[in-house]
Structure formats: C-alpha cells, structure tokens
Write a new protein. Structure first.
Length: 150
C-alpha cells in the first residue's frame, strides 16, 4: 500500500495554487499511478453532460472514450455517488473491459467545492482483489483535498 500521507503531501505541494481542473487531474493521475505497482490503469472520467462520462487525464493503456452513467463500474460510481470497490471485475454485471488483463477495480466519485459530481477516478489492477477500504478512504481524502477545496 502506498504511503498515503506522503502521497497526499506531494500532491498538495505539486498542485498548490492551481485551479485548472485538467492540470489537477493530470497531476493526481500521474502521482497516484506511480505510487503503487498494483495500479495498472489510473485516470479520470469527467461528467460532460447529462448522464455522460468522457475520458480525462490518465496513465496506462488506452481507455474507452465515453461511458454513460448506465454502464460499467464508472457509471455505477457516477449514478450512485458511491465508491465501487470491485474485487473481481468478471463478477460485476456490465463491467467494461478496457484491457483483458484487468482483474479488479476501484472507482471513486469526484466532487467539487459545491459537492457537485465532476468526475469519477478509476484505478484498475491486473491483480485480483487488489484494493481495500483503506485505499478507498485514503484516495477519497486526496481527491477531496484537491477538487473540493474552495
Ligand atoms: N472498467 C471501467 C471502464 C474504464 S476502463 O477500465 C479504463 C468500467 O467498467 O466502467
């Protein structure tokens, strides 16, 4: 598991004073991705319209460009506003496989200072059951610190 306290401080330092969402997403995706070998795909899907997500800054192989809220693990996170911690993607109805090697996934809702959903943050792993509630809590706190700061 990464040293989330150090990761958080690094991201805070790198993004201090920045309010451009794309720049913030690119920095978070980069730093989180390289913090742990479990993370094989790390990136954002942005809310671009009613019930629609489109790919944002990411690290890893190509990801699908559009995901409606009705589909996939990302759509479930956007639709419900709840963390999706998926131990086995093959057991998740409607999982969208951007790579056949992916075994488990963590998707976190991303909200702004008004608590409006602006994106979801998706991390895929080639390892089964790779993610924990600790990962979800620590990464959710990092996302709040960056995107929900006023
Ligand atoms: N697995 C995601 C789709 C995004 S690719 O993994 C990058 C889903 O089911 O929503």
């Amino acid at each position: 598991m990464p040293d989330y306290e150090t990761l958080s401080k690094t991201i805070q330092s790198l993004t201090d004073g920045e309010d451009d969402t794309v720049a913030l997403m690119a920095t978070v995706a980069c730093e989180v991705h390289h913090s742990d070998d479990r993370f094989d795909w790390t990136g954002f899907y942005r809310v671009t319209g009613p019930q629609m997500l489109k790919i944002g800054p990411y690290q890893g192989g190509h990801g699908c460009l559009q995901i409606p809220f009705s589909r996939g693990v990302c759509g479930a996170a956007a639709r419900t506003g709840k963390v999706q911690l998926v131990a086995d993607v093959d057991a998740f109805p409607g999982h969208i496989a951007c790579a056949s090697s992916i075994r488990s996934e963590l998707v976190l809702p991303v909200t702004d200072a008004d608590d409006t959903l602006i994106a979801v943050f998706d991390i895929d792993s080639d390892q089964p059951d790779a993610f924990s509630q600790g990962d979800a809590a620590a990464l959710s706190a990092i996302l709040r610190d960056v995107f929900a700061r006023s």
